[in-house]
Design a protein around this ligand. Structure first.
Ligand SMILES: [Zn+2]
Length: 374
């Protein structure tokens, strides 16, 4: 181990990019096996929160991690009984590919970053589980009663964060009312529904995502009401996550919606970095497609039902609340508090529920498509 450390120091030292690399190193890879559960954990110790992609391959079972790092270490110690060997290569200028040859087929159960530890080290955790008799399990599961489609509805803002305010109306109150009404509609359709908040309390954007995850949601819908200086702009619109905003107005909107955590003193560090690394993720790509499909369906149905839509109603930007890697997530602006007609539409129960009925219709269609493809 001591020799290894010396070698490590030496390798870092001879690296001509020393000054560049010193801040962005992969220091170590650690393993912990769980023989009972036939699972194991890989932990990458990093000096930075690196963008990464992780996937597994079934023939010649392998786990592949592409990670943005300037590290020069090529050999890592293999302490896992489930791994045959570890290989590294430089895939791109600053991207290291690490291939773990596995002794049998494993699937990636989950992967995530742990917060910086006391030594300022970020830990990327990848949990793997052995693939066994998946077909038999599936057969056993199928005849059981069909599991319900789970929706988490997120009423935007709340508590000390009122959201947009205009004409004496607060965004946080409209979104809560709408969320409760939508919950009722979806329950009547036989869905399982959760709300991120049930009353006027502040919840951070990360907490909202965590609630959706905890509830094993199939879909996450964040409800908002926008406000602009231009009083004539009106209509509903829907947003999905992307690193680059579709347009300047949407970029500003994402900025406004992301800022709410600052109001309550939540640390928003690295939000942009996180969005970048999440989008690199393969799981996320699938989720992103599903989110977009839902958004398109919302646009089609609201248009068909005669609701007013914002021009270019499906847009995208780096909304923090939409960052779940495995839950299709959308943010809906029901309308504009800055527009008198929209305020009327959203504060009168009858017209508000008409719009929500269209949203419920889009959710139902999405759920149907999902269950057909499974
Ligand atoms: Zn909002």
């Amino acid at each position: 181990m001591f020799l290894f450390k010396i070698l490590l120091l030496f390798l870092i030292f001879i690296n001509s990019n020393f000054l560049l690399s010193v801040d962005e190193r992969l220091n170590n890879i650690r393993f912990s096996d769980n023989h009972l559960n036939k699972s194991f954990r890989v932990v990458l110790d990093l000096t930075h929160k690196a963008a990464y992609t992780v996937f597994s391959l079934n023939n010649n079972p392998r786990l592949v991690v592409d990670i943005e790092t300037k590290s020069n270490i090529k050999k890592f110690q293999n302490d896992s009984a489930f791994i045959k060997s570890i290989r590294t290569s430089i895939a791109d200028q600053n991207v290291m590919r690490i291939v773990f040859d596995l002794k049998s087929k494993f699937y990636i159960d989950k992967h995530f970053y742990l917060k910086k530890n006391e030594n300022n080290i970020f830990r990327l955790v990848i949990d793997l589980r052995k693939k066994e008799n998946l077909n038999i399990q599936k057969k056993n599961i199928k005849p059981k009663s069909k599991t319900k489609f789970i929706v988490t509805i997120d009423a935007g803002h709340g508590g000390i964060d009122p959201g947009a305010i205009n004409l004496g109306k607060k965004e946080k109150n409209i979104t809560l009312k709408a969320a409760k009404e939508l919950r009722m509609m979806l329950k009547n359709k036989g869905f399982k529904v959760f709300l991120t908040r049930n009353d006027d309390t502040f919840i951070s954007l990360r907490q909202r995502r965590n609630i959706a995850k905890k509830n094993k949601s199939d879909l996450f819908i964040s409800l908002h009401v926008d406000s602009l200086k231009k009083k004539t702009t009106r209509g509903t619109s829907i947003y999905t996550l992307s690193e680059k905003a579709s347009d300047r107005i949407t970029a500003k909107l994402a900025e406004r919606e992301n800022k709410v955590d600052l109001i309550a003193g939540v640390n928003l560090q690295d939000v942009d970095n996180e969005v970048a690394s999440i989008l690199l993720d393969l799981n996320r790509r699938d989720t992103k497609n599903s989110s977009s499909l839902f958004a398109e369906s919302y646009v089609n149905i609201t248009r068909k039902n005669g609701h007013r839509l914002l021009r270019g109603p499906h847009r995208h930007a780096g909304f923090a609340v939409l960052k779940s890697t495995d839950i299709p997530s959308v943010l809906i602006e029901l309308g504009f508090l800055s527009n008198v007609s929209d305020v009327k539409l959203l504060t009168k129960k009858k017209s508000r529920t008409r719009l929500l009925t269209s949203l419920a219709e889009a959710i139902e269609l999405f759920a149907k498509k999902r269950s057909n493809s499974n």
